[in-house]
Design a protein around this ligand. Structure first.
Ligand SMILES: [Zn+2]
Length: 429
């Protein structure tokens, strides 16, 4: 199942998207109180935007703007809304997203495409190991996508390795939908219980929330760890509530494929201008076909690189490389630009390291400093040196590293909002 538009030439994809963009602009100029206001303020009419290049005439939408004007983004009367979800905002209050029946249909189509991209067939069974409720969009999207594709799905939900394995052995799913680090927990449980991983029948994992690959698409430390224990096909997928769209790897596993009928992609620099081809920038998206809360040039905060060469799978669409990190967490350190996930990746190499937090702060001359606080059973000079050497070879720089008691690290990791433990503490602002 590869839609015709994904196989066609890049110029045809571009003009297809330009048509969709015009429809979207007409729609928001009529129905979105927020965008109506913005377009009026800058004096741009829908007919002034005729190409993707014209997009720069429209201001970007930030997370802060979405949060501050949440209700004004709604384009339909409340009575048309079926599903309400929330996503954590940048400060305090979460942002509400509303979906109409048509939006749920779009979400189902998106996820069916995404599964198909990862090779899932109607005869496959998927095991959902993430939560379906709690106002999240993702779990529901997976369910709807499986249904649309005609594949089976078992909604186990988050956690509980025992129930996960009971389900795997009982229903023989062929794919897991899973956060990669949870795969490590499943592997550990299987080892303890003497479950044979190879005869489990699971052949692949659709992995969300954490990167599995380096920028050259080779497996990172986490990916290698999983693959070393359990020979699964690992597919990365990247999505967010705001995008209502997923970028999922095909079997070539060279970045998440763009689906042109669902979203417009821009990669922007700090001045909101498109970066040159092959450069890293902030992923900025315009949703297509969204009815309740379409977004125009929404800045996701994620730093990525786009790959435009045709893929061997037959798709001609753009692919997004692994997310390098959050724009706000970009660190300029000793002449190098780096992001916390790259440091996670280095530290994941060390079994001895039990837990850690990355602190970022400004030193007395106002430039960025990094302090890694690490806990382990037996801190030693040798280990410290090994970690430093590894940083130097992988990232070309070595941050300051300190050993701390496990309790201290755990305390630092407790986030104020409490959704998940923090590993990065940014003290720069
Ligand atoms: Zn491909």
């Amino acid at each position: 199942m590869i839609p015709e538009i994904e196989r066609t030439t890049s110029s045809k994809i571009k003009s297809f998207q330009e048509e969709k963009l015009k429809e979207l602009l007409e729609y928001v100029a009529k129905n979105s109180p927020y965008y109506k206001r913005v377009l009026k303020q800058i004096g741009v009419r829908p007919q002034d935007i005729n190409s993707l290049e014209d997009l720069v005439k429209i201001p970007v939408t930030t997370k802060e703007q979405l949060q501050a004007n949440n209700d004004d983004f709604l384009c339909v009367p409340k009575v048309q809304i079926i599903d309400y979800v929330t996503t954590s905002g940048t400060m305090g209050e979460p942002v509400t997203f509303a979906l109409t029946d048509k939006d749920l249909e779009r979400l189902a189509y998106n996820e069916a495409l995404s599964f198909a991209c990862a090779g899932v067939m109607p005869h496959d069974i998927l095991q959902l190991t993430t939560t379906m409720d709690r106002r999240f969009m993702a779990g529901l999207a997976y369910f709807l996508g499986a249904r649309k594709l005609g594949a089976g799905i078992i909604r186990v939900g988050a956690g509980i390795p025992e129930l996960q394995w009971d389900t795997i052995l009982k229903f023989r799913p062929s794919y897991l939908i899973v956060v990669p680090s949870f795969l490590l927990k499943l592997i550990e449980y299987a080892k303890q219980q003497g479950i044979d991983l190879r005869s489990s029948g699971v052949k692949g994992a659709i992995c969300i929330g954490e990167s599995l690959r380096d920028q050259d698409f080779s497996l990172n430390t986490l990916g290698q760890k999983i693959k070393g224990e359990w020979d699964l096909q690992l597919y990365s997928t990247y999505a967010s509530t705001e995008m209502s769209t997923a970028f999922t790897e095909c079997p070539e596993q060279r970045g998440g494929h763009h689906h042109p009928e669902l979203i417009i992609v821009e990669i922007l620099d700090e001045k909101d201008q498109p970066v040159a081809e092959g450069e890293v920038g902030e992923l900025t998206i315009t949703t297509l076909g969204v009815e309740a809360m379409p977004l125009l040039r929404f800045k996701t905060g994620d730093m990525v690189m786009a790959h435009t060469a045709p893929c061997r799978c037959g798709r001609n669409t753009l692919r997004l490389g692994p997310v390098m990190g959050r724009r706000k967490q970009m660190i300029k350190y000793k002449g190098t630009t780096l992001y916390p996930p790259a440091m996670d990746n280095v530290l994941n190499n060390f079994r001895e390291v039990e837990s850690f937090v990355i602190e970022i702060y400004h030193n007395s001359i106002g430039t960025d400093e990094i302090l890694l606080k690490i806990s382990c059973q037996q801190p030693s000079e040798t280990l410290l040196q090994n970690i430093k050497d590894h940083f130097r070879s992988k990232l070309r720089v070595t941050p300051k590293i300190e050993f701390h008691a496990p309790k201290e690290i755990e305390k630092l990791k407790l986030s104020k909002l409490g959704r998940k433990p923090v590993t990065v503490i940014d003290r720069r602002n």
